[in-house]
Design a protein around this ligand. Structure first.
Ligand code: PMP
Length: 354
């Protein structure tokens, strides 16, 4: 606490990101980054943009990227909004659409940034418990009074997917509220809710370059929705920082969206490694949720998750442990290369051996 902090700053409970330690070379399976480098075309495009005119402001509409996303998703450019990572797009969406007079609804085990944003904007939150198998109890979102809804699909950190058509009922029961579907991990085997945008003006689908396109370091995310929703996001953005994406990010992002072959190749690879890792973990006695993401959510019946986490860390493998009720027996393990997962599996097999 400092006397210099505003009442707002003093009241905040900030998000705690996964650790990025520098003390030694870890096998980093703790922040859901992609183990493969971005497309070489992205690097070329960023280099070319750096040789152009960084003296000048970037295009405040991020027009080139909006165009390429609109073609990619077969929507109009007026249905696309881009921002500095999907975290920023989410922050703008909370500000633009959620009614402070009513609670925002999200699951009790979900991406922890939602709670942070709700607090930041002075919104009440009504948390909906996942069922015992960590499934999203969708029908509960249909009946509770709310000022907006946010659901990640697949959910994090459980990795579990809701089939996209099951969102129709929520969208129909909440026609006066905005329903955000956060698809940070959708490319690892899920079907996107972008197809629902044509039918429902109240759905906002948010995606990112951070995971499936290996560009967490570039900070680019976007939202697809009705023109009405995109206008709302632009109102918030242009009242805050009209130049969200810089020239390098813009150039790199366009190249990433255009290199579909590379994207498909690394996504298939990550999914194969994930499925093989899940099989081997189950052989070691782990409970592993069905993952449609680039991470696994695992628990061992005989060994405390915190103990496994510490032992892995001592041996140079970082995973994510959440000291949080209901999931304190679980670890979240991002998918690395095959070589990294072999090391991880050898180390963890040793830790849990009877
Ligand atoms: N949504 C979910 C569910 C996430 O796990 C993350 C990554 N931590 C994000 C959004 C934000 O990703 P980014 O800001 O890198 O696009």
């Amino acid at each position: 606490m400092s006397k210099f902090w505003s009442p707002l700053a003093a009241s905040l409970v900030p998000y705690v990101p996964g650790e990025q330690p520098k003390d030694k070379q870890y096998i980093k399976l703790n922040t859901n980054e992609n183990p493969y480098p971005p497309s070489p075309k992205v690097i070329e495009a960023i280099q070319a943009a750096a040789n152009e005119d960084l003296r000048l402001y970037p295009d405040p509409t991020s027009g080139a990227l909006v165009q390429s996303l609109a073609s990619y998703f077969k929507v109009s450019p007026s249905q696309v909004f881009v921002g500095n990572g999907s975290d920023e797009v989410l922050a703008f969406a909370f500000a633009a659409f959620f009614d402070p007079a009513k609670p925002v609804l999200f699951a009790d085990i979900t991406y922890s940034f939602y709670k942070v944003y709700a607090e930041f904007y002075g919104l009440q939150a009504d948390l909906i418990p996942l069922d015992e198998q960590f499934r999203m109890p969708l029908e509960q979102f249909n009946t509770r009074e709310n000022g907006g809804i946010v659901i990640p699909n697949p959910n994090a950190p459980t990795a579990m997917l809701v089939p996209v058509d099951e969102f129709r009922s929520i969208l129909e029961h909440n026609r006066d509220q905005v329903v955000i579907i956060d698809e940070a991990y959708i490319d690892f085997g899920g079907e996107s809710a972008v197809k629902l945008v044509a039918d429902y003006p109240n759905v906002l689908v948010i995606q990112t370059l951070s995971k499936s396109r290996s560009l967490a370091g570039l900070r680019v995310g976007w939202a697809i929705g009705s023109e009405e929703l995109i206008d709302g996001l632009n109102r918030v953005k242009n009242s805050f920082n009209s130049y969200t994406l810089d020239r390098l990010a813009l150039a790199g992002a366009v190249a990433a969206i255009e290199d579909e072959d590379y994207f498909q190749e690394i996504t298939v690879k990550v999914n194969q490694t994930r499925d093989q890792t899940a099989v081997r973990l189950r052989e070691l006695g782990f409970v592993v949720t069905d993952s449609t993401a680039n991470f696994l959510f695992i628990s061992h019946p005989d060994q405390a998750a915190e103990h496994i986490f510490q032992k892995l860390r001592e041996q140079g493998v970082l995973v994510r442990y959440f000291k949080q009720p209901r999931i304190e027996h679980y670890l979240r393990v991002s998918i690395g290369t095959d070589e990294e997962m072999d090391v991880f599996l050898n180390v963890i097999a040793d830790i849990v051996k009877p």
